[in-house]
Design a protein around this ligand. Structure first.
Ligand code: MN
Length: 292
């Protein structure tokens, strides 16, 4: 099943073709927008009713709604750094996920599949796409063992970890507004037959830039959940960005970036130039050099 948000904070369930609105079961529209967190927490109690509802309702076509980022207000948006060997090589990085652990991105960087990526007004800096898979946590847990970790994964989504290249604080370089598109929905974990075998791809203007499979992860999905939970209690709706493979590169105004994750779906975002974002930190130019 697909779980999604649409049309200014409505909560929906979907089979990929139609959307059935279940907002009123989870408190209606609200601020902060955490109804989806409750839906995720309580999903197992509602699963059978949702399946029946999807089977019996006309709903509205997915194409007729405006999809939004599935979890706009998670307790945490975690991300693993260098988690594919080929990306470590191109960045000449020894800071592998296995020796660094996770970092955080600002929740306010989250956007949806029909939002634009707004480039900050930073001349002299490259802003790169990173093609990633998002894990959405389904239940509260601390010190989760790797063998139990998949019980804590509610579902999967496409995620782009947009990044300003430079030497400044990673959190700052990755936390600009619109720098974490997630979507087009969350696919529940039962629809992903093997989390250690998920293909993903990213194109810019139709040109394939990145391609990988989760079998090539340095820290795999079970261990990402386990390591994160050793430090921090995980809560329903938490998001883990699982890392990007080789092929990161700059995006420019007017580009269209498409990501596809097997069993999940795809989303295609427009890149636009914004007029905000300049500050003293990024005044100094930085030249990105790909290692050979
Ligand atoms: Mn990343």
């Amino acid at each position: 099943m697909k779980v999604l948000r649409f049309n200014n904070g409505r909560l929906g369930i979907s089979d990929g073709v139609k959307v059935v609105d279940v907002t009123d079961r989870f408190g209606g529209e609200e601020w902060p927008p955490v109804g989806i967190n409750r839906l995720i927490r309580d999903f197992s109690q509602h699963r059978a009713a949702f399946a029946a509802l999807l089977a019996s309702s006309d709903g509205v076509p997915v194409d007729a709604v405006r999809l939004e980022t599935p979890v706009p207000w998670p307790n945490k948006l975690m991300a693993y750094p260098v988690n594919y060997h080929d990306h470590a090589k191109e960045m000449a990085s020894k800071g592998l996920a296995s020796v660094q652990g996770y970092f955080l991105k600002a929740n306010s960087s989250l956007t949806g599949p029909q939002d634009a990526i707004e480039l900050p007004a930073l001349s002299g800096r490259e802003i790169h796409h990173e093609c990633e898979i998002a894990l959405i946590i389904g239940k509260e847990g601390r010190q989760v063992a790797p063998e139990d970790a998949l019980d804590y994964v509610f579902g999967y989504a496409c995620l782009m970890d947009m990044t300003i290249r430079g030497r400044e604080e990673r959190v700052f370089r990755k936390s600009y507004d619109t720098f974490t598109p997630v979507g087009p929905w969350i696919v529940t974990a039962d629809e992903v037959p093997d989390p250690s075998n998920i293909d993903m791809k990213l194109w810019v203007n139709g040109e394939l830039r990145q391609q990988a499979n989760t079998r090539d992860l340095i820290v795999d999905i079970r261990n990402m959940v386990s390591i994160a939970s050793s430090a921090s209690t995980l809560y329903p709706g938490d998001i883990i960005a699982t890392g990007t493979p080789a092929g990161v590169d700059k995006v420019l105004p007017g580009d269209r970036v498409k990501i596809d994750v097997a069993h999940v779906g795809s989303m295609s975002l427009q890149v636009v130039q914004g007029d905000k974002g300049a500050n003293v930190v990024f005044e100094k130019p930085y030249e990105f050099v790909r290692a050979e």
